[in-house]
Design a protein around this ligand. Structure first.
Ligand SMILES: [Zn+2]
Length: 260
């Protein structure tokens, strides 16, 4: 492209003595036309999606900032029976807090500072929660219709994401009211209302399930779903019909099941 621009500029100069094309504007046009090939490292992150040319298989190539998407500690994964079990539970305390409901373009999300979790001796603050349809993790081959992620961050940047599956039941779930519509609004909310009564779960080391796919996440995935209605699932799908990344290889990572 640079060579072609140079050639064009020389031809213009020779043939038309001025030709109207200023070198600045030509070089700007060139940068724009090839921006998707070599993103400016200081520019905004590349656009990505859940299907097509910018879908999950291409994430790592879309932007150097997304290189981790090709890593060997990626999420989600297929969860299944494991020989490794423990009874080491997390300790989450959530207060009633104002949350701001936003539509990120990739999920319906509630930004909040309403709580903290102590996990493995480290304190993590709740930052936001959001929902994927269908679920991203699978359990013994089952894929639930939706999965909520509660994202907690420690001061050192480490993340704990607590995942809760939704399954279809007969009645609306009050814990999902208001925020799943994705409307720009604020609301008071206690995130622990999203937890199932039985809190047995899988844990493993993984990543964000969206670019930049950072491998800084300790996952806690509850295996007991909470119930929601068909109407609430329809409301979710009306926002995002499919915002779930396919399962990634577990590799040699340890999967632990934490008993109730
Ligand atoms: Zn998520």
């Amino acid at each position: 492209m640079v060579a072609r621009s140079f050639t064009l500029a020389v031809l213009c100069t020779l043939l038309f003595a001025g030709c109207g094309g200023r070198p600045e504007s030509e070089s700007t046009a060139d940068v724009d036309s090839t921006a998707w090939l070599a993103p400016d490292p200081d520019g905004p992150p590349a656009a990505w999606s859940y299907e097509g040319k910018t879908g999950p298989a291409a994430w790592a190539d879309l932007d150097t900032a997304y290189a981790a998407c090709d890593g060997d500690q990626q999420s989600p994964v297929a969860l299944s029976d494991t020989a490794s079990t423990t009874d080491q539970h997390f300790n989450a305390k959530y207060i009633m807090e104002i949350g701001e409901v936003v539509n990120t373009g990739y999920a319906v999300q509630v930004n909040t500072s309403g709580g903290m979790m102590i996990y493995d001796g480290m304190m993590y603050g709740l930052q936001q929660f959001h929902v994927h349809t269908p679920a991203e993790h699978t359990v013994d081959g089952t894929r639930y219709p939706a999965e909520v992620h509660l994202v907690h961050r420690a001061e050192n940047g480490g993340l704990v994401i607590l995942a809760v599956f939704l399954e279809e039941g007969a009645t609306d779930n009050p814990a999902l009211e208001t925020w799943i519509t994705g409307a720009d609004t604020s609301m008071t909310f206690r995130p622990s209302r999203l937890f199932p009564a039985q809190q047995s779960h899988y844990t493993y080391d993984g990543s964000l399930t969206t670019p930049p796919c950072s491998e800084t996440v300790r996952w806690i995935v509850m295996d007991t779903p909470i119930s929601t209605s068909a109407a609430q699932l329809d409301t979710l799908r009306a926002q995002y019909k499919h915002n779930a990344r396919p399962v990634q290889p577990l590799g040699d990572r340890q999967l632990t099941y934490v008993t109730p």
